[in-house]
Design a protein. Structure first.
Lengths: 110, 113
């Protein structure tokens, strides 16, 4: 079966660092993606991990451990505009479809 | 930056009517997808399309759904006889290769009354 778990909601303060975790159990694995989605808008691609380790992209970093079925998205120097939902998605091994988690709604306060 | 465009942004229809949702993927992309998101729920895969045929479809994508690439630029999703539970945001996405990140359009909000 396919199961992707992430916290439903998180809050943080402007300028702080926040880590959003994602665990997955899928029948196959061919990469993990993080997307940002503002309310009523399209998901926007943030990062992609296929090998273990950390991928850094400006204020955003993503980590993957395939043996643990675990990833996190790290957001540094939080800004108010970072208030959004963050979607963890796993690509199935045998197809090219993405399986999404329910998303983590992050609220950044001043 | 090139983007996926979808029309209309909002479609209201009566139950039982047919709707066609339109998408123009990024021009050099070869893989096309439809996803949907019911309000407050997760993004769900509907169908993937490559080389002028469906490569995979989900259980949601039943006989009421069809996709078409009628020309070199458009990619459409048709729902033949809409049901109340089809109300959702429908996202089109494309990628330039099978393992690449998907780029999503801004979506069409479908409301079935």
């Amino acid at each position: 079966g396919q199961n992707i778990d992430q916290p439903t909601e998180m809050t943080a303060t402007e300028g702080a660092i926040v880590q959003i975790n994602c665990t997955y159990q899928t029948s196959g694995f061919n990469g993990l993606f993080w997307y940002q989605q503002h309310a009523g808008e399209a998901p926007t691609f943030l990062s992609y991990n296929v090998l273990d380790g950390l991928e850094e992209k400006g204020r955003f970093s993503s980590f993957l451990s395939r043996s643990k079925g675990y990833s996190y998205l790290l957001l540094k120097e939080l800004q108010m505009k970072d208030s959004a939902s963050y979607l963890c998605a796993v690509r199935d091994e045998n197809t090219d479809k993405l399986i999404f988690g329910t998303g983590t709604r992050l609220q950044v306060f001043p | 930056e090139p983007e996926v465009t979808q029309t209309p942004s909002h479609q209201v229809t009566q139950m039982g009517q047919e709707v066609i949702l339109r998408c123009v993927p990024i021009s050099n992309h070869l893989y096309f997808y439809w996803y949907r998101q019911i309000l407050g729920q997760k993004v769900e895969f509907l169908v993937s399309f490559y080389n002028n045929e469906i490569s995979e479809k989900s259980e949601i994508f039943d006989d009421q759904f069809s996709v078409e690439r009628p020309d070199g630029s458009n990619f459409t999703l048709k729902i033949r006889s809409t049901k109340l539970e089809d109300s959702a945001m429908y996202f089109c996405a494309s990628s330039d290769r099978g393992q690449a990140p998907l780029h999503f359009g801004n979506g069409t909000r479908l409301t079935v009354t």
